[in-house]
Design a protein around this ligand. Structure first.
Ligand SMILES: Nc1ncnc2c1ncn2[C@@H]1O[C@H](COP(=O)(O)OP(=O)(O)OP(=O)(O)O)[C@@H](O)[C@H]1O
Ligand SMILES: [Mg+2]
Length: 342
């Protein structure tokens, strides 16, 4: 009697083996997370990604930045301007990765040194496909799917940023399993506890598969600029900035909630600039790009023709805030990296 020969198959890796093999390649993955809508996640992701890419470009680096939109709203495509353009698959490739039917679709060069994985309405399917999976192991496989897909391309990228949706736990978990760092924007109209407890729930789930997941810090977003008072010396020179009123109160409240966790609240505050933000989103530009545009000779005519007003706000101020926030955020990430992998 002859028996059929076993078909050669790839060795099945345990969850532990998969995690150990991919983690070293995902050290520069940052997710931007807050369960509340309108906390500043997408704006922050778009601006930091563009800022980092622009710095790499200026330095003549071949390294790149990858910005991933994990939100069915697809707002990152508005802020970076790729929405509805060729290559925008509205999140289909992320679904393919989760369902194991295809790879990530990367739109190359939305800016020099900046690539994007688009999100959008197709991502609504993820929740259903995950909830339908009841046993633990296939769920783990799904949760690790994005991390595995990113590990395959991570070598090309200096930084990978993921914009998370509000209120969609499955997508948040998917992102958090792939990440090393979690950046938490907290907006002015949000309670500190409310802002942070959704994040800690994501930590509880994701850190079982990803013990490296580390909170990077809280970014205060959308606060009134009048809460920042200039401190002047006797000659009238500005020597510092003092936070007052609502902003000072909120920083204190959040730091009390954070307690001795070691999670910092970044010093830089992204102040409220509704008109700047509106123009950025309408034109697919980040703050620094709008600042360049508004400083140009044609802006006055353009603004008049389209009845655009930035009133007392300036794109330049918003751009500087984002630049300073990016510097703080990245230096904190690099410090943590040096501590963890020394
Ligand atoms: N500095 C700013 N001041 C005021 N509004 C801003 C500022 N920056 C961005 N916005 C606007 O605030 C709104 C919310 O910002 P954003 O979309 O980044 O938040 P989000 O957390 O991603 O929201 P969602 O949870 O819906 O995805 C947007 O309309 C955005 O254009
Ligand atoms: Mg968003």
């Amino acid at each position: 009697m002859t028996f059929p020969q076993p078909v050669a198959s790839r060795p099945v890796m345990s969850t532990q083996e998969i995690v150990e093999s991919i983690r070293p390649r995902l050290r520069r993955v940052m997710i931007v997370l807050n369960n509340k809508g309108g906390a500043g996640k997408t704006t922050t992701t778009a601006n930091i990604s563009a800022q980092l890419a622009s710095a790499l470009h200026a330095a003549g680096s071949t390294k790149r930045v990858l910005a991933i939109d994990l939100d069915p709203q697809g707002n990152l495509g508005l802020d970076l301007g790729h929405q509805g353009k060729p290559g925008d698959d509205e999140g289909k490739s992320i679904i393919d990765v989760v369902e194991g039917t295809g790879g990530l679709h990367i739109i190359k060069d939305v800016r020099p040194n900046l690539d994007v994985v688009p999100g959008g309405k197709n991502l609504k399917r993820i929740t259903a496909s995950m909830i339908g999976t009841r046993s633990i192991d296939p769920r783990r496989e799904i949760l690790l799917s994005l991390a595995q897909a990113l590990a395959e391309v991570a070598e090309d990228y200096e930084w990978i940023l993921i914009d998370c949706p509000p209120n969609l736990a499955d997508l948040q978990h998917l992102a958090a399993v792939a990440a090393e760092y979690v950046l938490i924007p907290v907006c002015f109209d949000q309670g500190a506890i409310q802002g942070l407890e959704g994040v800690s729930e994501v930590f509880d789930v994701a850190s079982r598969l990803n013990p490296a997941l580390t909170p990077l810090g809280v970014l205060l977003f959308g606060f009134d600029r009048q809460n920042l008072r200039k401190i002047k010396d006797e000659d009238g020179e500005v020597v510092g900035i003092k936070e007052v009123g609502f902003l000072a109160k909120k920083r204190k409240e959040i730091s009390e909630v954070l307690g001795d966790s070691g999670i910092p609240i970044f010093q830089t505050v992204i102040t409220r600039a509704v008109n700047v933000a509106d123009q950025c989103r309408k034109h697919g530009r980040v703050f620094a790009e709008l600042a360049d545009l508004t400083a140009g000779a044609d802006w006055k005519t353009h603004a008049k023709r389209h009845q655009l007003t930035l009133s007392s706000e300036s794109a330049e101020t918003s751009a500087i805030e984002m630049e300073e926030a990016t510097a703080e955020i990245i230096s904190r990430a690099l410090e943590l990296e040096a501590e963890a992998y020394a």
